[in-house]
Design a protein around this ligand. Structure first.
Ligand code: ZN
Length: 145
């Protein structure tokens, strides 16, 4: 079975594949090694620095809504919260909107932080009731105005 992402250019595939392989290594070792850090920095530059900062400050949060078990990832930003659709590699930040859709970069630093967070367990788990789902989603989706 092939598992190809459609319509992505080679650089984008490399970016994601390298990140995934580093995440797998990090997950197995339970940490990011010095080599991993260098690789990530080479690949993502400032985006990685910002992602690491968000992780250190515990600004990546995983909401689990009960009882449905729907999961929503949030990156808490300086001015507002960003909604990360991990499955779709989508984020509500301006960086994602303007640059990722423009194909200039594939992952904003929130998505980068979320992927590292998920693999290393570096996130704040939050449980909410399903009744709050719509309300919170509306709040997070308001985003780019
Ligand atoms: Zn983002």
């Amino acid at each position: 079975m092939t598992n190809q992402t459609e319509k992505t250019s080679e650089t984008e595939i490399n970016e994601i594949e390298t990140l995934n392989s580093i995440c797998r290594q990090a997950k197995a070792e339970g940490k990011l090694s010095g080599k991993n850090l260098t690789e990530l920095y080479d690949l993502f530059g400032q985006r990685f620095t910002k992602a690491l900062e968000a992780l250190k400050e515990n600004r990546v949060k995983r909401y689990t809504f009960k009882p449905s078990n729907r999961v929503v990832w949030i990156a808490v930003g300086r001015e507002r919260d960003y909604l990360i659709m991990a499955e779709a590699d989508f984020c509500t930040c301006d960086d994602f909107y303007f640059r990722v859709l423009d194909k200039k970069i594939h992952l904003c630093y929130h998505l980068l932080a979320q992927k590292i967070a998920r693999n290393l367990g570096w996130f704040a788990p939050i449980e909410e009731n399903d009744e709050l789902y719509e309300c919170l989603m509306n709040e997070w989706k308001k985003a780019t105005t």
